[in-house]
Design a binder for this molecule. Structure first.
Ligand code: FE2
Length: 143
């Protein structure tokens, strides 16, 4: 039996979608949609094929650290709030980063999943602000 990374990523994506459906009663295809947008942006940035592949993989994997304890029931009429609570734990960032530590990326992405909820204004889970947030592709983000 041959292991396919692409098949693995698709399986992870569907597993996360099923978790979302089970817990929130709807399916947003979040990982797949994030990957699509990431690939579009990465192509516009003229990233290499290896960088684009890793960016897509990281997009699909970015919420892999979600667990039963980090999921909450959706309350009626609280979709936006539910989404915030759904991902509202820095723990899923730390667990997710740890889970991909040995993933065979083609490049050397660092802490992409760990900091995927950081916000430019510093309101992310780890409070990093502006340029303190490590860019995924530093070579393309220097000023
Ligand atoms: Fe997340």
């Amino acid at each position: 039996m041959q292991f396919s990374l692409n098949d693995f990523l698709i399986a992870v994506s569907f597993a996360l979608d099923f978790m979302e459906m089970d817990r929130l009663g709807m399916q947003s295809n979040h990982g797949k949609r994030t990957a699509y947008l990431t690939v579009c942006i990465a192509r516009r940035m003229n990233l290499t094929e290896e960088e684009i592949y890793d960016a897509a993989a990281l997009s699909i994997l970015h919420d892999n650290g979600l667990s039963e304890s980090s999921l909450y029931e959706r309350l009626p009429g609280e979709w936006d709030h539910a989404v915030t609570r759904f991902e509202g734990s820095r723990g899923h960032c730390m667990i997710g980063e740890k889970n991909v530590k040995d993933y065979p990326f083609l490049t050397e992405p660092q802490d992409v999943i760990l900091y995927h909820h950081e916000r430019y204004d510093g309101n992310g889970y780890f409070g990093l602000k502006g340029d303190d947030i490590p860019p995924y592709f530093p070579d393309y983000c220097s000023g």
